[in-house]
Design a protein around this ligand. Structure first.
Ligand code: HEM
Ligand SMILES: *[C@@H]1O[C@H](CO)[C@@H](O)[C@H](O)[C@H]1NC(C)=O
Ligand SMILES: *[C@@H]1O[C@H](CO)[C@@H](O)[C@H](O)[C@H]1NC(C)=O
Length: 475
């Protein structure tokens, strides 16, 4: 979730000092890259807000090539671009390249969440999360997610003529996570959880000054309240597991509590459960809500894609009786709809790029990168490279018909390697279910029909995408 870092960048008033790195056949000795040569102040911050960050980066690549150095937060940084760079960043061994989060984020999300862990600890906790998030396990929850979506549409869509998509999709994806992953069902407890969580997130993107009444201070306090609520949930579930009134497969928390080593000891500590529950809430709801929102916009703007998606979904709906839930089997038939989602992720990736940190002196592409440097990666740029994706600005889901035709390390909306997004399948399931329910129950028209977006740091359409809706049975 390196978006956290990008966010941090956005709200931190910094100037970028761009320094050209000289290519030389003789390797540079350690430290010699640290001499700043020229200073050029640029607002990556402003560029991202205005959605010109891609342009900013393109210019940088044109000027300095696919690898160059700069200084961010006074920290020496190497910017890398291209398929080889993506491979280097994502496949690097964890004893040389580590994930890196700013301290302020660590204070809010906790120091035992996946983003902070490395090596064996990272693998142990990640394996535990994946044991719940893998397809074979999620298969069983398709109906439950579908139920949550239908409830949401009943409450927030039906009976309305106008709605704003992005905030509603955030509510929906958050509720799905609460219900499925934490077994926290609709009710006052969940509402309280949501409100604390929102305060926590709001301050996460603020300037990290810990004084009374700052947003950061409020965020830290909310984080403490969320952590206490999760601890209570854990106690409750531990008791139920002992009394056998809850099953290990009930939700993510019961699943994590039930993983034991050969001596019957819990493998994941309570602190690790708390911190990773918070990470999953942050990582899981912002990203997929953005994807669904841009799909809603696309379907209103592109009649040909809309017709094909509608046909695929109606084919599935026609064999269902009123009120019947969708199944895993149904999802396997939504191939075209998922290609449309993949093409949307290509053009509007929720995660723009991020940072790593070198733990040792390393070498990349003939360059020496000293220990302790930041690596700034931007995978999303290969998505728009016309040598990889011909006519990159054209929306064309058929690019994904033959996935082996896409060269490796070029299409990475979910990252790659041992930190690849473990929520991929979860995101796929909820996205397909939402699109099915939307196209079969409503038609809609955009109230801002432009095709632009800004980054906050997640892509945001104009005004959060207000639309006019008409339920289908009334047409
Ligand atoms: C469209 C939706 C999503 C996108 C585009 C996305 C993208 C990403 C990317 C690019 C990374 C890798 C970042 C890096 O290498 O530094 C990542 C990591 C992660 N994602 Fe997602 N994600 C999505 C949905 C989800 C969901 C639904 C969940 C949880 C249910 C989730 C949980 C995580 C976690 C826990 C990590 C950290 C993994 C690690 O460090 O080992 N994501 N995501
Ligand atoms: C918020 O600020 C106050 C005053 O500086 C401080 O005492 C308190 O510890 C801060 N809260 C957190 C959670 O750090
Ligand atoms: C898919 O693409 C690969 C690589 O370009 C090619 O070798 C293969 O023949 C293609 N398969 C089909 C079914 O078109």
């Amino acid at each position: 979730m390196s978006t956290l870092l990008i966010s941090f960048l956005l709200f931190f008033p910094i100037f970028l000092l761009l320094v050209r790195k000289k290519r030389s056949s003789n390797r540079l000795p350690p430290g010699s890259l640290g001499v700043p040569i020229i200073g050029q102040s640029l607002g990556l911050l402003r560029a991202m807000k205005a959605n010109t960050a891609e342009k900013w980066i393109k210019q940088r690549i044109r000027k300095y090539g696919p690898i160059s150095k700069l200084s961010l937060f006074g920290k020496p940084t190497v910017f890398v671009y291209g398929p080889a760079a993506n491979k280097f960043v994502f496949n690097g061994d964890s004893s040389t390249i580590a994930n890196q989060q700013p301290k302020s984020i660590r204070m809010i999300l906790g120091d035992r969440c996946l983003l902070e862990l490395s090596g064996q600890d990272h693998k142990r906790v990640r394996d535990a999360l994946v044991s719940f998030l893998k397809p074979e396990s999620l298969k069983k929850y398709v109906e439950k997610i579908d139920g949550e979506i239908r409830e949401h549409l009943k409450l927030h869509w039906h009976g309305k003529e106008q709605i704003t998509v992005l905030p509603l999709m955030k509510t929906l994806t958050f509720n799905i996570i609460c219900s499925l992953l934490f077994g926290l069902e609709r009710g006052p407890k969940r509402d309280q959880f949501v409100s604390n969580f929102e305060t926590m997130i709001a301050g996460m993107w603020s300037v990290p000054v810990n004084l009374p009444f700052t947003r950061y201070n409020g965020s830290l306090k909310a984080s403490a309240r969320v952590q206490n609520m999760v601890k209570d949930l854990i106690q409750e579930k531990r008791k139920k597991l002992e009394q056998k009134t809850a099953s290990p497969h009930q939700d993510l928390i019961t699943c994590l509590l039930s993983i034991r080593d050969e001596n019957g000891q819990e493998v994941i500590t309570e602190k690790e459960i708390v911190h990773n529950v918070m990470l999953v809430m942050v990582a899981g709801h912002d990203t997929s809500s953005v994807l669904i929102t841009f799909l809603v916009r696309l379907l209103a703007n592109d009649p040909a894609v809309y017709a094909a998606v509608l046909q695929e979904q109606e084919e599935i709906a026609k064999d269902k009786s009123m009120g019947e839930f969708l199944t895993w089997e149904d999802l396997t038939k939504m191939k075209y709809t998922w290609r449309v989602a993949m093409e949307t992720l290509r053009m509007i990736p929720p995660v723009f790029g991020g940072f790593r940190n070198t733990l040792k002196d390393i070498e990349y592409d003939g360059y020496h990168i000293p220990k302790g440097w930041q690596i700034f990666w931007v995978t999303s740029m290969t998505h728009m490279d016309n040598t990889i994706f011909p006519e990159p600005s054209k929306f064309d889901p058929s690019r994904f018909e033959n996935q082996s035709s896409i060269p490796p390390y070029c299409y990475l909306p979910f990252g790659a390697g041992y930190r690849i997004c473990p929520g991929y399948e979860f995101a796929r399931i909820e996205t397909l279910l939402v699109i099915h329910r939307l196209v079969t129950q409503f038609t809609w028209k955009l109230q801002c029909s432009d095709n632009v977006f800004s980054r906050d740091p997640m892509p945001v359409p104009t005004k959060g995408l207000p639309i006019q809706i008409v339920p289908k049975n009334l047409q």
